[in-house]
Design a protein around this ligand. Structure first.
Ligand SMILES: *Cc1c(COP(=O)(O)O)cnc(C)c1O
Length: 394
């Protein structure tokens, strides 16, 4: 901790625990204390830590071939993208590394498509986004953040984005102009505090985008790969986007792997030299990604997330603490919203750490609970007891 504080830029304020080992849903500190990981690296570790099937694929690949760049073909990329396209129902994918890069890629695809296929005048393309969005940390992405902390003093900001209230269909319809090309949105806002929109919202968003002939870009970097109880959150309402952004759990949490997905008619605007990444689509990432997708499907992790999520959420609701103002979520993507008089979530995330549960507050008053999807029901039962202890004490 001291070394990190001395030599590391202060861009995080970690919970004071050092994680030095992990397996499945559990992690250990150097003193041997065990913690249930209820953050799962912001849903990058949906498969649990060190999933044997993912590890085996990565270990084999590690001793065979790790990086070629895209100057050449490699023997893993095609089969990985085929698998990704099969499970997501899209025709083509563009592989990158981090989530922010997938978002940037989606923005580029949408802009090119609108200039080349829809006669939007040069540099006029407008993309609608939602207040309290989180799409990553690049200068363009923070340009449309509404979080002052993420944005302040990083200007000049990239133009071409307009924020609207989330979960507000009228605002969306009213904001569309002749230059609007896309609506970029998270199906459930993760970093904002697991904000679940009204039932039917996403389906109607899809209809509005169709009616106005604008692209729907869904950022499923956090909600994807089983987190909300379906493989992708858009499946709950059959609201298939035009461009799907994935990352985080795509690799089972082993290496950074992300992608933007679309059908051929849209993806065809990307031509040789117009976009790229040195590490994007590297064989190690592809081995991890392919094994992670197969594992998720074969182990039925989305269904497990749906069932255990329901159990865990109802259990938390039943604690009925006077400090709770809301308990919400979908699948194992859950948030507890604390009342203002609770005095902020941080003291509770630290108290939970002391009792063996790792969670992180998001904003001031929200605690997100998102354990790996392989978590055992018995572990969640134990966690409910701990939560009850911590929150009934007040
Ligand atoms: C984490 C996240 C990102 C950014 O991913 P990075 O890998 O940190 O760049 C983008 N969108 C959403 C919804 C996320 O949760």
């Amino acid at each position: 901790m001291e070394l990190e504080k001395q030599y590391g830029a202060r861009n995080y304020a970690p919970i004071p625990v050092v994680v030095s080992k992990a397996e499945g849903a559990w992690v250990w500190d150097p003193e041997g204390n065990r913690y249930l990981d209820c953050l799962a690296a912001y849903s990058a570790v949906n498969h649990g830590h060190l999933h044997p099937r993912v590890l085996k694929a990565v270990e084999q690949q590690l001793h065979t071939l790790t990086l070629t760049s895209r100057a050449f073909y490699n023997d893993r990329l095609g089969r990985f993208l085929k698998r990704l396209c099969e499970v997501s129902g899209f025709e083509m994918a563009l592989p990158m590394n981090t989530g922010a890069e997938a978002v940037e890629t989606g923005i580029k695809i949408a802009r090119r498509y609108s200039y080349q296929k829809k006669n939007i005048p040069a540099d006029k393309a407008e993309i609608l986004t939602a207040y309290r969005n989180f799409h990553g940390r690049t200068t363009t992405i923070v340009s449309f953040s509404s979080d002052d902390n993420a944005k302040k003093d990083y200007g000049p900001y990239t133009p071409g984005f307009t924020n609207l209230p989330f979960n507000d269909l009228e605002a969306l319809e009213a904001a569309i102009t002749e230059h609007t090309i896309a609506f970029l949105v998270e199906p459930i806002q993760g970093e904002a505090g697991v904000i679940v929109p009204d039932e039917g919202y996403l389906r109607r968003v899809r209809e509005i985008c169709d009616r106005h002939d604008i692209l729907l870009i869904l950022d499923e970097i956090q909600t994807g790969f089983g987190r909300t109880g379906k493989l992708f959150c858009f499946e709950h309402e059959n609201a298939r986007p035009d461009i799907l952004l994935v990352g985080k759990a795509l690799s089972g949490g082993v290496v950074p792997v992300s992608a933007a997905l679309a059908d051929r008619k849209i993806m065809d605007v990307i031509t040789p030299g117009s976009h790229g990444s040195t590490f994007g689509g590297n064989p190690l990432a592809c081995a991890a990604g392919e094994a992670a997708i197969d594992t998720l499907i074969d182990e039925g992790l989305p269904e497990r997330s749906a069932a255990l999520g329901e159990f865990f959420r109802e259990g938390i609701r039943r604690i009925d603490s006077p400090l709770f103002s809301d308990v919400r979520g979908k699948g194992l993507f859950i948030a507890i919203e604390l009342k203002k008089e609770a005095g902020g979530a941080r003291q509770y995330t630290e108290a939970l750490k002391e009792r063996g549960i790792l969670v992180k507050e998001t904003h001031v008053d929200t605690i997100r609970l998102a354990p790996p999807l392989i978590v055992e029901k018995a572990d969640l039962e134990w966690a409910l007891g701990v939560l009850e202890d911590v929150f009934s004490e007040g």
